[in-house]
Design a binder for this molecule. Structure first.
Ligand code: CP
Length: 308
């Protein structure tokens, strides 16, 4: 991994933890340049990308596809339900096959934490891996689009007060964001149910109630309640959760004038955020989705440069 004249080169992108601050800022700024339509980008040959999603996705899957097509890559269709995964093919063998076919970039989402380790350690697999989400591990492209959205709003991360609220232990978005936000100089706060918080996060920020912090934050980032990662024994009341931890009209009105609200989406409306606040003036949820395309263009470009 390297940055030359502000341009980032990557072999793979699997976690935020291995990106330097310079690489993160380079990718964000390049995403903004793509968004402004000012990027000078040309392919030097034909490149193939495959998006292998073994867990459900709307935003990540389709915005990678849009980004790949905008850059001129050939996108290979892949549907886990009709692939040889049904015959017992392992993830390793699926990616080995894609690489053997000449696919240059595999964007992968999988339920297994750290699934990517054996892929990037392989001597045979030549394809670059972009992690579209691993279990409760990392979601680096979501983190970069979140950072791009914050940077566009404030032009810095230094001393920004950022609160991350909700289902933190199950959230790869929270885990991808907390370390890098602290490294970039933000002051972090965590809110939400105690049972979905772990003291291992104390090194990055302070655990508080949403009502203690809502009137002080610059960024109020809500997380989806990830029922699919719960063991089913937890009793859950939508109304109770919303009242204790969600964005109500009363809490929205206590936000600073300049504060923004974020959510990686999909949003459980009336749970994390009141339905009619999802598209409220302080919400940047649509901007996050839009920025996802442009920051993913920057990621793909960096990976292609890493192959040169
Ligand atoms: N935010 C996000 O990862 O959304 P999808 O699950 O729809 O990709």
């Amino acid at each position: 991994m390297a940055v030359t004249n502000g341009m980032v080169s990557l072999k793979h992108l699997v976690t935020m933890e291995t990106l330097s601050n310079e690489e993160v800022l380079g990718l964000i700024k390049r995403g903004i340049t793509f968004k402004q339509g000012k990027a000078d980008f040309h392919l030097d040959r034909q490149y193939f990308a495959a998006n292998l999603f073994f867990e459900s996705s709307t935003r990540t899957h389709k915005s990678f596809e849009v980004a790949e097509k905008k850059l001129g890559l050939d996108v290979i269709e892949f549907d886990a339900k009709t692939s040889s995964v049904n015959k017992g093919e392992t993830l390793y063998d699926t990616i080995l096959t894609m690489s053997a076919l000449g696919v240059d970039i595999c964007v992968v989402r999988h339920s297994k934490d750290d699934y990517y380790k054996e892929l990037i350690d392989s001597r045979t697999i030549q394809a670059s891996i972009i992690n579209g989400g691993d279990g409760s591990g990392q979601h680096p492209s979501q983190s970069l689009l979140d950072l791009m959205t914050i940077y566009q709003e404030f032009g810095t991360f230094e001393d920004l007060k950022v609160a991350i609220a909700g289902d933190i232990t199950h959230s790869r978005v929270a885990k991808s964001n907390m370390q890098i936000l602290k490294r970039l100089g933000a002051q972090l706060y965590f809110c939400g149910p105690k049972e979905w918080y772990s003291h291992e996060f104390d090194v990055y920020g302070q655990y508080v109630t949403i009502d203690e912090i809502i009137d002080q934050v610059d960024v109020m980032m809500f997380l989806r309640v990830q029922h699919e990662r719960h063991d089913g024994r937890e009793s859950f009341s939508k109304e109770g959760y919303h009242r204790l931890y969600g964005l109500t009209k009363e809490r929205y009105n206590r936000l600073k004038e300049s504060a923004i609200i974020m959510h990686p989406a999909p949003v459980n409306r009336d749970v994390e955020i009141k339905d009619d606040l999802v598209e409220a003036p302080k919400s940047r949820i649509v901007a996050q989705m839009q920025n996802g395309v442009f920051v993913r263009m920057a990621i793909i470009e960096a990976v292609l440069r890493g192959k040169a």
